[in-house]
Design a protein around this ligand. Structure first.
Ligand code: CDP
Length: 242
């Protein structure tokens, strides 16, 4: 697979064009950033782990009828994906209160969020990815009202599938972020990645609030053992057959 032109380099991934104009190659990096890139570092083996976790979850979701941009993994840290037009929205689903939800609402960490909350954030580093309302999405013409409805329905369905999958892994899916794209036929396609970088995952075998953390919060909050937590997620995810 010849990866020719670099199209875009983000914080965690590099995107290349390929000989096929409808196929892109994603290279997953070990680089880690948090707090809108104010904190930077590297997590050894993260690229390969996030690529493998995402590939497994995309295959599993595809098998359950969710269209994704995933094609295959030509190398351990590389994923071939269908070219889509990425919507500039981050769709966050929350089952348990954590992170910015606690900070902005005063809800205690660990509060059950039922029904799950689906939120939209503007994918814009300069503005610090602000929380959006449906009105703002229309005003800014980021997506049509029909697309917003579709996004919320898809996010809820994906949440139910992922929640059940992670429960089988002995992991609680606290919250996560999704990105979607539109393909050449105007279909909504799940894109980007689903990994310990983009999900909050708590180990069900641990009760201590720090010891249970298996995701990027270990890096954000300097909890240590980041690599081994990511490895543990990978092992448990791969142990569940698709
Ligand atoms: O992580 P932080 O507290 O800054 O933001 P959040 O709104 O609480 O994040 C909710 C979920 O989305 C967490 O699982 C984050 O890891 C994920 N997220 C992400 O992957 N990328 C972002 N730009 C923002 C959030």
């Amino acid at each position: 697979m010849s990866a020719d032109r670099k199209l875009y380099e983000g914080k965690a991934k590099i995107l290349y064009s390929t000989e096929d104009s409808e196929i892109l190659l994603t290279h997953f990096k070990d680089d880690a950033t948090a707090f809108n890139a104010q904190k930077r570092g590297s997590i050894v083996g993260k690229g390969e782990i996030n690529c493998a976790v995402s590939a497994h979850l995309f295959r599993m979701l595809e098998a359950k009828g969710i269209p994704t941009h995933f094609i295959d993994t030509p190398a351990p840290n590389q994923m071939r994906v269908c070219r889509v037009h990425i919507l500039p929205l981050e769709v966050v689903v929350r089952n348990i209160a954590a992170g910015s939800l606690c900070k902005q609402t005063g809800l205690a960490l660990g509060t059950i969020v039922n029904p799950p909350l689906v939120e939209f954030y503007y994918k814009n580093d300069d503005l610090g990815d602000p929380l959006l309302t449906r009105g703002r999405i229309q005003l800014m013409q980021l997506a049509t009202p029909e697309q917003v409805d579709q996004l919320e329905i898809a996010a809820r369905e994906i949440n139910e599938i992922l929640k059940e999958f992670f429960t089988e892994c002995g992991i609680t899916l606290v919250d996560f972020k999704l990105e979607f794209g539109i393909d050449q036929h105007q279909n909504l396609i799940l894109a980007d990645e689903i990994s310990p970088d983009t999900c909050r995952l708590w180990d069900n075998t641990e009760t201590d609030p720090d010891a249970r953390v298996m995701d990027k919060d270990r890096f954000r909050r300097d909890l240590g053992s980041v690599e081994s937590a990511y490895q543990q997620v990978l092992q448990r995810v791969l142990a569940q057959k698709v």
